[in-house]
Design a protein around this ligand. Structure first.
Ligand code: ADP
Ligand code: ASP
Ligand code: MG
Length: 443
């Protein structure tokens, strides 16, 4: 058995958290490859080391004459690592590493280089703590000249390197281009590194350890005691991640999906919980009709009305072309016999709205054009919905009970999701109502 384990920032924020991670790793000899993030928040008001590093680098390159500020901040970062080293009673010094980092900051080694030091240093500590080999991600995660990630080259190098390595720590979040220049993934990118390592070693499972007991049916900031999902498919996860549930970096799914490796989201603070298993497909009947509910605020809708538009060949195409020409991407497009509605991101649309409206008038001469803003979209996702009749009906009635006005409802053709449009200010209330009708009342 081979398992790759990735630990998120809050799971490695202090010596105490490191100990929890250590005992999880030692508990199962299959946990041979460890991908750490940088130290995260120790409490809600704390600052992640990654954010400190971005700040520090900004100061280092902005004020050439006030080097002091940057030195001070770097010292603060060093103290955070020292606290972990002391707490773990390790015989390890990062003095030399910090000297190099200070020099490289002065030489303006780049923002990505700066941010990457968070996971790099945490990786060194983790390797010393576990007695595992340390592999610098710069040697094994490859980017191209334009910072584009090179999946195949990376897989080749990683697989070859790890073939001869029994146990190793590979820091998350970064890699390097051919000449050695450090490049990072986007924020939260350690999830991707974990997935790449899992693919390269053909792991049996990719365990992603975080601060919640798996993927929850709804965002815990809206439903405080939301239940966790036992099993979710990659497709369901993608729908939920896309619409705002960001427990796992979106791009972390592809590498393991390709290799058919399940991801298991687990809680470092409650390791006995089984967490969520993310799989390609499953026969396992979901516990509830819906797998999850999530959403995003701040959309706008454009409704085009014209009698008999359905029989007019090319009508939709002409309308959509107006959006394309103005470079506005479309989020959803529910339609009726005489109307079609186009949902767009408000911030992207606002500055172009008059151009778009004029364009539609010219293109299709509608009877009526209506605009609405401050709309939230809610995605109700579940493989179980296909086999169940009346799901939309239940959503409607739950929302009307909660006094939430439904602006739009649109079922995806995969029958995997239903998208509901409500007003921004009804967003939280709507999620609660949907959670209650499909989960709370079913317990
Ligand atoms: P890590 O630092 O371990 O990578 P993240 O902060 O990236 O962790 O992701 C975990 C967080 O995601 C949780 O603490 C929670 O606040 C948030 N979250 C948002 N939606 C959900 C959801 N549906 N289920 C679980 N967590 C969620
Ligand atoms: N430390 C990085 C961040 O804060 C990467 C990660 O945590 O996955 O975004
Ligand atoms: Mg994360």
């Amino acid at each position: 058995m081979k398992k790759v384990v990735k630990f998120g920032g809050s799971s490695l924020a202090s010596a105490e958290q490191f100990r929890k991670a250590g005992s999880i790793i030692r508990n199962d000899s299959a946990r041979r490859y460890v991908v750490p993030s940088a130290p995260g928040k120790r409490n809600p008001d704390d600052i992640k080391v990654t954010d400190l590093l971005y700040q520090c680098y900004k100061q280092a390159i902005l004020h050439d004459d006030s080097e002091h500020d940057f030195e001070e901040l770097l010292e603060k970062i060093k103290e955070r690592y020292q606290e972990i080293i002391d707490g773990l009673k390790l015989d390890l010094s990062l003095e030399g590493e910090f000297r190099t980092i200070r020099e490289n900051f002065t030489k303006k080694a780049g923002r990505d280089y700066a941010a990457s030091r968070g996971e790099y240093l945490n990786g060194i500590i983790m390797a010393a703590y576990l007695g595992y080999e340390f592999i610098d991600a710069a040697e094994v995660i490859r980017f191209g000249e334009n910072k584009e990630f090179d999946a195949e080259k990376t897989n080749e190098i990683l697989a070859e390197r790890l073939k001869h390595t029994e146990k190793a720590v590979i820091p998350g979040f970064y890699g390097a281009a051919e000449g050695g220049k450090i490049v990072t993934f986007s924020r939260g990118g350690s999830d991707i590194t974990g997935s790449l390592v899992a693919r390269a070693v053909q792991a049996d499972t990719y365990e992603n350890w975080t601060d919640v007991s798996g993927f929850l049916i709804a965002d815990p900031r809206i439903i405080p005691n939301a239940r966790s999902i036992e099993v979710i498919t990659y497709r369901e996860l993608r729908e939920l991640s896309y619409m705002g549930a960001t427990v796992l970096h979106e791009d972390a799914i592809f590498p393991v999906k390709k290799a058919g490796i399940p991801i298991n989201i687990r809680n470092t603070n409650q390791p006995e919980d089984k967490g969520t298993l993310i799989v390609e497909a499953t026969c396992q009947k979901p516990r509830f009709i819906i797998t999850g509910v999530t959403g995003k605020k701040d959309f706008a809708s454009v409704t085009v009305e014209k009698a008999m538009m359905n029989s007019e060949v090319g009508f939709c195409k002409s309308v959509l072309e107006v959006f394309e020409k103005n470079n506005v991407s479309i989020e959803h497009m529910p339609s009726g016999i005489d109307t079609m509605t186009i949902i767009v991101h408000q911030d992207e649309f606002q500055e172009k709205e008059q151009k778009v409206l004029a364009g539609i008038h010219r293109a299709v001469e509608p009877d009526l054009l209506e605009l609405e803003s401050d709309i939230a979209l809610i995605a109700v996702v579940g493989r179980g919905m296909k086999a169940t009749r009346g799901t939309s009906g239940r959503i409607f009635s739950a929302l009307s009970h909660a006094n939430v006005n439904v602006k739009m409802i649109d079922q995806g053709s995969s029958e995997l999701n239903i998208i509901i449009g409500v007003r921004n200010h009804d967003f939280e209330e709507a999620i609660k109502a949907i959670y209650d009708i499909f989960v709370t009342t079913q317990l």
